[in-house]
Design a protein around this ligand. Sequence first.
Ligand code: AMP
Length: 196
Amino acid sequence: MLNIVLFGPPGAGKGTQAAKLISKYQLVHLSTGDIFRANIKGETDLGKLAKSYMDKGNLVPDEVTIKMLEAEVNKNPNAKGFIFDGFPRTTPQAEALEEFLKSKGTTISVMLALAVAEEELIKRLLLRGKESGRADDADVEVIANRIAVYNKQTAVVENFYAQQNKFQKIDGIGSVDEIFNRLSNVIDKYSVNRIS
Ligand code: AMP
């Protein structure tokens, strides 16, 4: 299997690139943010719980997020691989994912981390807020908190994959196609060498 963690701060371009990568590599795209938003729209209990955290730009608790992610993986038993977008966002999530994939005889192939400077992130998020109507993209304070949460709780997840020689930083500035080519080049290198 080819299992990719697409990583980076809010506004780095993960969703845009994931959409292109799944079509090129025939992978299943699992975005925890998208799944939470679908639950909010469907007014499920999970959606109500998630909304109370998302509206402030805080993380939904690990236990809830991990359980949901595992259920989504289990819905795709014939997948050739997955792109995890917005997950894992904490070290406990990374550890849980590792154990879970191990129980299925597979692992993460590579973490691709999109690097974008903070001023650019804020610009992109505010623009997306206007275009998409996403509440957490429209409020400067919520955006600032999401970036602070990323720096405090999420950025360290890089170390988890760096220790396994699976961490690859990609310049996230440029055209969508330029960035896509950078990502594809690294994936091709890893997919040649992969063992499971
Ligand atoms: P995203 O669409 O990835 O920007 O996520 C939007 C919001 O969903 C985040 O600000 C969090 O509140 C929540 N969320 C998404 N993924 C996770 C995760 N892996 N762990 C905790 N909260 C998450």
